[in-house]
Structure formats: C-alpha cells, structure tokens
Design a protein around this ligand. Structure first.
Ligand code: GLN
Length: 304
C-alpha cells in the first residue's frame, strides 16, 4: 500500500505548481505550496503514509462535518434540517447569494460557510463551550488527544472575517440565526483554526467509514443514521461547487478545507487524509483532488 501511495504522490506532484495557496486569510499564506502528502487508515486500523504527512495545517471547512455531527447529536436530524438545508449548490463556499431572498428561510447546506455558522450556533453550551465540544469530538474521532488550535490562524481569521460576519448578520436579521453573532463567529473561527495533519484526517475518515462506532453517547440519533447523513452531505456538498463532478470522478464522500486538507471515508473500507495547500479555483486542493482520483482508480474505491 505504501508503494502505491508513493506513486500517487509522485504522479500528482506537478499539480502543486498549478494551484495557489489561499491568501484571503493572511496567516494561510505561510503554507508551503509544494507540500503534498497522503495517508490511509484501513479497516483494521493499519496506517499507510506517503509524502508530507507530518506537516500541521488548519482543519478549516473539514471541521464542518464534526460541528454538523455534534449539532445533530444535540438536537436531532429534524430540528437541524429545519434550520439548514440538505441540498448542494453551484455557488462558492462563502456565498451570500439568496440569503436575503424573501422566500429563503435557511442557508442552503451545512458545508457552505453560512450553513456551517448556523450549525455551530445550534451546538449546546454557549460561547466557548461550543468550540470546546467540537475540539473534544475532533480529538475523539481522530484518536489524537493532543490536537489543539492555531492561535495565529484564529486571530487572522477573526481579524479579516468580514464576509463571514456579513453572512451571520444577514441570517440574524432574517430570523434564521439565534444568539450573539460575534460569540458564534468566535467559536466558528476557532473551530476552523484547529490544527491537524494528514493522519488525523485519515483517522476521522476511518471513524466515519466504520459507521461512527465507539462514542459513549449519540444523543437521540442512531449512529447508522448519523453516518448516512454525514456521508450523504459530504458526497453532495463536501467539495463545494465541485461536489457533483468530484462524485463522478472520485466517488468517495469527502470534505475539503481551504488550508489544503481533504478527508475522505470509504464506508466499511478506509479513511483517507490528504494535505496539499495549493488550491484550485473552487478552493479545493489541486493535487489533493488528483491524488483522490488516482487512489480511487488504483484501488477501485468508487462507490457508484
Ligand atoms: N475558515 C474558512 C472561512 O470561513 C473556512 C472556509 C473553507 O475552508 N472553505 O472562510
């Protein structure tokens, strides 16, 4: 397996030169665009790595899967999806589009920023505790109790997060979002700044691939149903406005983040963690997509 992963890294390395590191959050500019790594955890828990798997980076939008999971465990499926939609969109991840349309009463899905900010607001516990509970769940699902957040990225996001502020304020004004906007955004910026490596992402993918097995409590939702929702939403919305093409070409439920991570889960088979911070025009890792496609083809992982 490690030989295959090494070949996949080498086949796709040229793509790191074709993408661009995110710069709208100033602290993210410091990433090395040449970094590229892939890690797989199989169903027995064996770990395989190739490339830059020990580089730490911020989880960014991949945290939206975990905040959605927690919001559902806290409130149940019906309540959460009365407040945020299920469907994909061809708009970019930070879009304000439609939020002020009179007939629209919720953000389109929990993987765009608007939907994720709303999802975070639904987590029980209030300011600070919401973030702590997301961090705790990321530590459990990644099997890494040492995970923490990156203060510099957090402050950089908070200092430049005017677009996310606009999203939260319009949702509050429209009656979609309850609570203190700045407090909710503070938890959201912090959850995006949680620092992981490719192995952590592969372990989160592995947790999902095993049907979310192993938590002490799931609230009032069955863990199989919870897994179906998370993988279904990742498949439909996890790669932003590239999700459908990605589903056709890769066929693995996945979630990307603007720091260059991709987390994938092949049900009852494996978890995949990828890092390569040079992004394409949709904000997805350029070489990351290439590696996912190669891996899916080489190991015949496509689910459909
Ligand atoms: N923290 C980022 C933001 O809110 C997350 C977006 C992403 O990873 N696509 O803009």
């Amino acid at each position: 397996m490690e030989n295959i992963l090494r070949e996949i890294v080498e086949e796709n390395r040229y793509l790191t030169g074709e993408g661009r590191v995110a710069d709208y959050i100033p602290a993210l500019k410091k990433a090395n665009p040449k970094d590229i790594g892939i890690c797989v955890v199989d169903l027995e828990g064996n770990t395989y790595k190739a490339g830059d798997c020990d580089v730490k980076f911020t989880i960014q939008s991949i945290s939206k899967v975990i905040s959605l999971m927690l919001a559902i465990m806290d409130n149940g499926q019906s309540y959460v999806f009365e407040r945020v939609g299920y469907e994909g969109t061809d708009e970019p991840f930070n879009t304000l589009y439609k939020l002020d349309f009179p007939h629209i009463d919720k953000p389109v899905n929990p993987m765009v920023n608007a939907g994720a900010i709303l999802t975070t607001s639904l987590i029980k516990g209030g300011h600070g505790e919401r973030f702590q509970r997301i961090l705790d769940l990321i530590r459990i699902t990644s099997n890494n109790p040492n995970i923490s957040y990156n203060e510099e990225v957090y402050l950089s996001e908070k200092g430049t997060g005017d677009r996310n502020r606009a999203l939260a304020n319009i949702m509050k004004a429209r009656g979609m979002l309850d609570g203190d906007v700045e407090d909710i955004l503070d938890d959201y910026f912090k959850q995006c700044s949680i620092e992981v490596d490719a192995l952590d992402l592969a372990n989160i993918g592995f947790f999902l691939a095993k049907g979310c097995e192993g938590l002490k409590s799931y609230g009032n939702i069955d863990r199989r149903k919870l897994t179906s929702i998370l993988l279904g939403i990742m498949n439909a919305c996890g790669m932003y406005n590239f999700s459908s093409q990605y589903a056709i070409e890769v066929g693995i439920p996945s979630k990307s983040g603007v720091a260059g991570g991709i987390m994938g889960a092949v049900p009852s088979n494996m978890g995949i963690g990828i890092y390569s911070p040079a992004l394409d025009e949709n904000g997805n890792s350029k070489a990351g997509y290439g590696m996912m496609k190669s891996l899916s083809e080489r190991l015949d992982l496509r689910l459909f």
